[in-house]
Ligand binder design. Structure first.
Ligand code: HEM
Length: 559
């Protein structure tokens, strides 16, 4: 017994005839139709006939005399996501820039949870819906990451040898994904604790000088250098000595990374033909890329312990026998005795350094911002440090840092309200219907907008208030991550592999800085973020470190 089903309205209408004879339940029917019509969540399919209205049983569906429409909750038809009016050439550019995050929020409020944006000829769908975000980030039937698609935000750094920048279909992906995560496991990161602490302390002499001379600084500029110093130490074992003097410039590799990412993002916001120009920024992008790779290749080779024994990948103790991550990656061997080919080794070393320090610079800056802008937090953090035995000399272990509950809540809340990541793009593998009935055409890019999801009032109480205590119950974080309402590190097979390192670094820096200094806001204008960078970073946030001369005594409960 065949029945006709369709979804959508002209011109995107799609029809199929389905044999109902072997279907026993409504759920089974939803599931079959979900596959045929590519619904990310088939359980949301509802049935509607023009003459009878909604059909809620198999019998009613089987006996209907006309084609049945597949609808979604609210009994609405499948539709293309709405978007603001598109102007010739520029599209929605002037409706999105220079404040894309604020403008996305305004557009979500006006148009709903999925919006279609067109910027200089590139169409991207953006969502503030957690359930949709979960479907989008799940690598599988419907979505994948294809940076080699010219519409993908990472197209201009589509290195196919490395995590982050490669397509999920790239042959390098499974190989890199086998070797890199063990190098950044919690055990490996705990092993690098002393290096991280030493690198974090590097900044102290310049903050000391600022305190003595009552100076303020653009925090991002210093966190950029500090994060570079931290990540280089762990990745290639090198001390960049970024704080010899107040204004020591960042090392060449760090400057190249900064320029590479800036040029990459700027080029991705221009029309696609612009990226192929043999002069100007696109040409400079290619030059910077090559310079960067050759600079890092030298660092990588210097980092490898010559003549050292290979390290079995399946031995969880292997990472702690390596001097640094690049050393581990060069020496690791799988059960067939195979290691990473040189191009994949280099690509991933570059990406780990770049992905590691740009994101960490931003998170560190927002953490200091949160200390000074949200009253009471510095004092609570200081008290917790004192209660855990801080004395300015203490060597913090991985476990000690993670045992500080308020610190953990503070970092989580900073990443909720000031998420550095905002353009994790995934490509639709087929025409797909997302929850809510949004039809996304095959090949489109969808971006779950984490900063907006993290503040969506549908999921959060007092969403714009900085409230670290909302994380006190540990199940809140697990539930929020599972529901997709909190994903500072994205999720799924292409989620962040460096989150253990990132959280350890930020906690170490906070432990070192907050014990010694009170940070005072010195910004003279409202703080703005950089809309032309890969991550959300503050452009004009100034603060002064003021040397503490007094500390609270230990809380009675901990004495
Ligand atoms: C605050 C710090 C960090 C944040 C907010 C962050 C966030 C993210 C996000 C959102 C993604 C997904 C990107 C996408 O799908 O396009 C990602 C991927 C990745 N991150 Fe991080 N990250 C941080 C720190 C780090 C660190 C310290 C490292 C390593 C040193 C790292 C290495 C990576 C890599 C290699 C990927 C790609 C994984 C893949 O393609 O499968 N990240 N990160």
């Amino acid at each position: 017994m065949y029945q006709q089903f369709y979804m959508g309205k002209e011109p995107t209408i799609k029809r199929e005839s389905v044999d109902l004879s072997s279907i026993k339940t409504l759920r089974q029917l939803q599931s079959s139709l979900g596959q045929i019509f590519a619904w990310a969540d088939s359980s949301s399919i509802l049935f509607h006939s023009e003459s009878q209205g909604s059909l809620d049983s198999l019998e009613a569906i089987g006996s209907a005399k006309e084609a049945i429409e597949l609808r979604v909750a609210g009994r609405t038809s499948v539709q293309s996501p709405p978007g603001p009016r598109v102007l010739p050439v520029v599209g929605n550019h002037y409706e999105l820039y220079p404040d894309p995050l604020g403008n996305y929020d305004r557009l979500f409020a006006r148009l709903g949870p999925v919006i279609k944006t067109t910027n200089m000829g590139t169409t991207i769908y953006i969502t503030n819906d957690a359930e949709i975000s979960r479907h989008v980030l799940r690598e599988g039937e419907f979505f994948t990451k294809t940076t080699s698609d010219p519409s993908h935000p990472l197209f201009y750094m589509r290195e196919q040898t490395a995590l982050f920048t490669c397509d999920s279909e790239s042959p390098a992906f499974p190989l890199a994904h086998k070797f890199v995560p063990p190098a950044l496991s919690p055990r490996a990161i705990a092993h690098y604790g002393p290096l991280i602490q030493d690198a974090a302390r590097g900044v102290l002499n310049v903050f000391e000088e600022m305190s003595e001379r009552a100076l303020a600084c653009n925090i991002y500029q210093y966190m950029f250098k500090l994060a570079g110093q931290l990540v280089f130490r762990v990745m290639v074992g090198k001390d960049l000595q970024h704080f010899q003097e107040l204004n020591t410039p960042p090392t060449l590799a760090i400057r190249l990374f900064g320029e590479y990412l800036k040029l990459m993002k700027k080029t991705s916001l221009r029309p696609q033909w612009h990226g192929y120009l043999p002069f100007g920024e696109p040409a400079r992008l290619r030059v910077v890329r090559n310079l960067l790779f050759s600079t890092i290749e030298t660092e990588m080779d210097n980092a490898t312990t010559k003549g050292a024994e290979p390290l079995p990948l399946n031995d969880p103790m292997s990472p702690i026998k390596a001097a640094c991550v690049a050393d581990f990656l060069a020496r690791a061997r799988d059960t067939d005795g195979q290691g990473l080919p040189r191009d994949i080794l280099l690509g991933n070393t570059v990406v780990l350094l770049g992905a590691g320090f740009t994101t960490t610079s931003s998170l560190l800056s927002w953490a200091i911002y949160s200390l000074v802008k949200y009253p009471g937090n510095q004092q609570r953090l200081l008290q917790e440090l004192v209660d855990h035995g801080a004395d300015g000399e203490r060597k913090w272990s991985h476990d000690e840092l993670h045992a500080m509950k308020f610190m953990d809540c503070f970092v989580k809340e900073t990443m909720r309200l000031h998420s550095p990541s905002f353009q994790t793009g995934r490509n639709a593998k087929t025409d797909v219907v997302l929850p809510g009935g949004y039809l996304i055409p095959k090949g489109s890019i969808v971006i779950p907008c984490f900063p907006t999801i993290h503040k969506n009032p549908a999921y959060w109480d007092n969403p714009t208030r900085f409230e670290p205590d909302r994380w006190l119950d540990p199940t809140v974080a697990t539930t929020a991550t599972r529901k997709g309402i909190y994903s500072p590190f994205a999720a799924g097979a292409r989620g962040c592999v460096g989150f253990n390192l990132a959280t350890m670094q930020v906690k170490m820096v906070l432990a070192e800085l907050v014990y010694r200094y009170e940070f005072e806001d010195a910004s003279t204008e409202p703080v703005i973020y950089d809309p032309e960078f890969l991550v959300v970073r503050p452009l004009n946030f100034y603060a002064s470190p003021i040397r503490r001369t007094e500390w609270p005594s230990r809380s009675t409960a901990t004495k």
